[in-house]
Design a protein around this ligand. Sequence first.
Ligand SMILES: Cc1cc2nc3c(=O)[nH]c(=O)nc-3n(C[C@H](O)[C@H](O)[C@H](O)COP(=O)(O)OP(=O)(O)OC[C@H]3O[C@@H](n4cnc5c(N)ncnc54)[C@H](O)[C@@H]3O)c2cc1C
Length: 382
Amino acid sequence: MDFTLTDDQKAFAEGFSRFIDSTIVPRGEQVDRDKVFPTDNYKALAEMGYLGLGMPEEYGGTPADSVVHYLAQEELARGCASTFLSSGASCGLFGVPVRLFASDEMKSEILPGLIKGDLVGAWALTEPHCGSDAAAMKTRARKTDKGWVLNGSKMFITNGNCADWVVVAAKTDPEAGYAGVSSFLVHKDTPGFSAGTSLEKMGCRGSPTSALFFEDCEIPDEWLLGQPGTGFIQAMQTLEFGRVGMAAFGVGIAAAALEESIKYAKERTAFGKPIIKFQPVHFKIADMRVLVDGARLLGLRASWMHGRGECPQSLFSAAKLFATEAAVKCTDMAVQVHGGYGYMAEYRVERLYRDARLGPIGEGSSEIQRRLIAQETLAMFA
Ligand SMILES: Cc1cc2nc3c(=O)[nH]c(=O)nc-3n(C[C@H](O)[C@H](O)[C@H](O)COP(=O)(O)OP(=O)(O)OC[C@H]3O[C@@H](n4cnc5c(N)ncnc54)[C@H](O)[C@@H]3O)c2cc1C
């Protein structure tokens, strides 16, 4: 088994890492304070080709294998979790279903702008009363002669109030359970569509989150993605990409926490010596390192297998679960290593700690991942 990256993968990762350190890291604190979509970072990512990673070249995409994509995601999360989240919702959660299920006409209309950073996308599955149990959604789409009419609301939607286009899941056959869900494109200027103000959040504050409302929102037939009734399967396929992305989110944040802890522990002195010399601090560094490496290995394995089209669901879930929980543990240890300063907003670890907490909740909570892993594992022993 060979764990080394190819020369191309290494060259990309190193170049992208330099860009993150020079451009994204220095803006992280301000993005968190501004609490608005990080347009400058989004545009810079477009110029670097990040927004088009894995997208078809005919629309301006950047050819990249799934491992390169994972490495870039991890670096971006290390640099700025808010930027990671908003660009991931746009080009991943929104861009993936457009790439996989939209008509050629809609792809031509949306993908070039998305890849250039001129358009922002969002993906709306969660509703005020249901997230994990997505099939319990109440949003309805009714067929008419001209197209479809949407009614209902969505909750916690990343980029909800700044997106140009949204992919929306709605029930087209309420009696049919999972098979009654369809997904649609909705443009922000469509009458009957509106978005709430940005919700106040614990972390990832530079990534706007809002509710969406659909009141007799009429859309044309061309905005249906794929066939009616395939929306739930589409959502699950989209979440495969999302879970690899969330693994990268966890590893990136955990790696940043480790980096900051080493820097601080070498500089801070207590009882006449740098605190790095105290074994409890030393051991925290070791524990963080093991968590980062273990999470990275799972993330890389999931991304590599995903690229080959052979990844079992439980591996996506394991990578997401382990990395996002590792990030919570590592940022907690990093705050502890920083003592009182770790609790202060001017120190990066305070933000990392808040940002990390999203990981075990978003895109399928830790409990839902454990459920999926257990189901697949038990089936192997049935
Ligand atoms: C910042 C942020 C951004 C988000 N962005 C988006 C987005 O862009 N698009 C989108 O569609 N959604 C988005 N979400 C929603 C997110 O995916 C949901 O919050 C998540 O799936 C959990 O759903 P819920 O909040 O309804 O919690 P619930 O489903 O109500 O769960 C509450 C608790 O019960 C547990 N639980 C539920 N069912 C089970 C079960 N069967 N077994 C064990 N435990 C269970 C959960 O694990 C959790 O701990 C975002 C959320 C946040 C916080």
